[in-house]
Design a protein around this ligand. Structure first.
Ligand SMILES: C[S@@+](CC[C@H](N)C(=O)[O-])C[C@H]1O[C@@H](n2cnc3c(N)ncnc32)[C@H](O)[C@@H]1O
Length: 165
């Protein structure tokens, strides 16, 4: 994205990159209300929770409170965020289904309460609020580290399969 195309000016583009792919808003809605999104864009097209942290707050180290929606920065950065969600113990994470990666083994297979495999690839959104032309190219999973959020995954309307660990 360039400063011209995203409409938010240069300041926003400096902190943007391939990590700025937003969750389809209807997916978050179908999982109920969240208190905190600790990794949200500097300028967001819609709310994903009652409170948001951006890169300017460093949501990885800032205090977390309540039920957390977590679609963390991509790549191996995501494991540290999952580790934090496990320690926090209340929330749902969305990551790619890299089920054999060592981070997945450690932070998901080793710690999670449940994993929900989403059928079909998601279409993420640009920070402008426009849906991506192409799907994400990988399968995605939702992860819960606690019983209550597993219950939400069990009852949600998303097409997929829940695996309780
Ligand atoms: C994959 S996007 C998900 C955005 C949003 N949570 C959602 O679900 O639509 C990850 C976001 O994390 C933000 N981010 C990256 N590093 C961060 C940090 N240290 N603290 C807070 N947010 C950060 C990025 O700017 C990006 O908006």
């Amino acid at each position: 994205l360039t400063a011209k195309s995203n409409g938010f000016g240069y300041q926003q583009t400096q902190v943007m990159g391939k990590d700025e792919w937003l969750t389809p808003p209807e997916l978050i809605k179908s999982l109920g209300e969240f208190d905190l999104d600790p990794c949200s864009p500097v300028v967001r097209p819609w709310d994903t929770a009652k409170k948001h942290y951006s890169v300017q707050d460093d949501g990885l180290t800032a205090p977390w409170d309540g039920r957390v929606w977590l679609n963390p920065p991509y790549g191996d950065q995501c494991w540290g965020w999952l580790n934090r969600l496990h320690a926090h113990g209340n929330g749902i994470a969305l990551i790619f289904a890299r089920t054999g990666a060592s981070g997945f083994q450690r932070e998901v297979w080793g710690k999670a309460h449940s994993v929900f495999f989403i059928f079909g690839r998601l279409y993420f959104y640009h920070v402008s609020g426009v849906r991506a032309k192409h799907n994400s190219g990988s399968d995605s999973v939702l992860i819960s580290y606690d019983e209550k959020n597993t219950e939400v995954l069990k009852n949600c309307s998303i097409n997929g399969k829940l695996l309780i660990l």
